[in-house]
Design a protein around this ligand. Structure first.
Ligand SMILES: *Cc1c(COP(=O)(O)O)cnc(C)c1O
Length: 429
């Protein structure tokens, strides 16, 4: 068979291939459902592009101040339509997801206000933004306090303590959709909606912000469809579709987005400046591709979960759980297993497949970290990538794949790497 020979030529043994194909056969129905969501979201994006009459001129960029940047302003209208919000800020000047989140927080909070996270500890990089870990320029330095209510043991919301934590100073609530590097489950849009309704029933004027990183287009609805006042994310994850080379977005209530724009550029200038240079066509085309790219990454995550679960490794989420982001964790239990997995992912990359990832002392982490990434856009995690800290349980966090076929190949390569290193010698003698 042609396909088998092709895999063979790329270093995948018959045992690995046959093992994987058998698992894939069990996933057909699930993949059909994912395709249905992708189809819905494709139409959602397309209708927004058409509604705002995106023209060829929109794909060009401006320079200098960037006044009257038609493409930039229209793109923001398109994003607002896709996410059903009043306004959007979508800019290459927003350098990454952390920056977008910091911007949304810093621009909408004032000294004396309090920020509440009712879903436990936020993403690592936000600790310094908030000042949980002391840091120059943190919210804490500006007199903005922070409170946190952890999730219950079973992953549920601690409604009693959330109610008790809300008082007259509570101005903004931050809700992280994806689990990030934690083991709690990722929140579904439905659950986020329930939490927001509860919070608004206590204090209706609280701004509810959702860190939407890795969640975009995984479901038919977004947190902005269930009451979020702001949703925030990175363009080198899902909504950039693998094409955006930089950028972040904030979509939401007009006032919230305006505040963010005045903070990003300057009071008085806001959204009016910010030249788009030449990258708008990648933002438009990336958004257009994002629903199918996200679907491919999701299939990869589910395939990896089922494959590694069958081999006896703990996987989070497990093989059958419903999905609300594109991250897959696989616990290898040993540094050798984690490294072998990451080496396999690296070897599957379109760029830098010839290099071997090495664990290194990454700033801000208390153990060495290994990272596999061979991406067209540096650091892009909508592209096939994996990383993990070298400490128990030696979990690899795996995500991305611009195409399902590539994600699949990456998973085969990772398994082959484990087999070749003798880590699975009992199953693949
Ligand atoms: C990636 C991510 C961030 C931060 O984004 P960067 O682009 O890495 O700065 C924040 N929150 C979550 C949940 C993320 O996945």
């Amino acid at each position: 068979m042609e396909l088998r020979r092709m895999y063979h030529d790329l270093g995948i043994s018959d045992e690995v291939y046959d093992f994987g194909e058998k698992i894939l056969e069990t996933l057909k129905e699930r993949f059909e459902k994912i395709d249905e969501v992708a189809e819905y979201n494709q139409l959602k994006v397309l209708s927004a592009l058409q509604k705002h009459q995106v023209s060829e001129a929109c794909l060009l960029g401006t320079t200098g101040y960037g006044y009257n940047d038609l493409g930039r302003d229209t793109l923001e209208e398109v994003y607002a339509s896709v996410f059903h919000t009043e306004a959007a800020l979508v800019r290459p000047q927003i350098t990454c997801g952390t920056h977008a989140l910091a911007l949304a927080l810093m621009s909408n909070l004032r000294p004396g206000d309090e920020l509440l996270s009712p879903v436990g500890k936020p993403y690592d990089t936000l600790e310094e933004v908030i000042g949980i870990r002391p840091s120059k320029g943190s919210l804490s330095e500006y007199g903005i306090t922070y409170r946190q209510v952890d999730l219950l043991e079973d992953g549920g919301f601690d409604y009693d303590n959330i109610r008790a934590a809300i008082h007259e100073k509570t101005k903004l609530v931050t809700i992280q959709r994806s689990k990030g590097y934690q083991t709690r489950p990722t929140l579904s849009v439905e659950r986020i909606g329930e939490l927001i309704s509860f919070i608004k029933s206590i204090k209706p004027d609280i701004i509810c912000m959702v860190d939407n990183c890795y969640g975009e287009f995984v479901e038919m609805r977004e947190p902005s469809d269930v009451g979020a006042d702001m949703i925030v994310g990175s363009l080198i994850k899902n909504p950039g579709g693998g094409l955006a080379p930089i950028g972040g977005y904030i979509c939401g209530k007009k006032e919230c987005v305006e505040n963010a724009a005045f903070r990003l550029t300057s009071p008085g200038l806001g959204k009016e400046v910010g030249a788009s240079l030449g990258i708008l066509s990648s933002f438009y085309q990336g958004l257009f591709l994002a629903p199918t790219v996200t679907a491919g990454a999701l299939k990869g995550a589910i395939f990896a979960a089922n494959l590694y679960e069958r081999l006896g490794f703990r996987v989070v989420p497990d093989g059958t759980e419903s999905r609300h982001d594109i991250i897959q964790a696989v616990e290898f239990g040993t540094p050798e297993g984690l490294c072998a997995f990451c080496e396999g992912i690296q070897a599957a990359a379109p760029i830098d497949s010839h290099v071997t990832p090495e664990p290194w002392d990454m700033p801000g982490y208390d153990s060495k970290v290994i990272m596999a990434a061979g991406a067209f856009v540096s650091g892009s995690s909508i592209e096939l990538s994996a990383d993990g800290p070298l400490k128990p349980p030696y979990a690899a966090y795996f995500q991305g794949g611009i195409t399902w076929q590539h994600a699949k190949f990456g998973i085969y390569k990772s398994l082959q790497s484990l087999v070749d290193k003798g880590i699975l010698s009992k199953l693949f003698p």
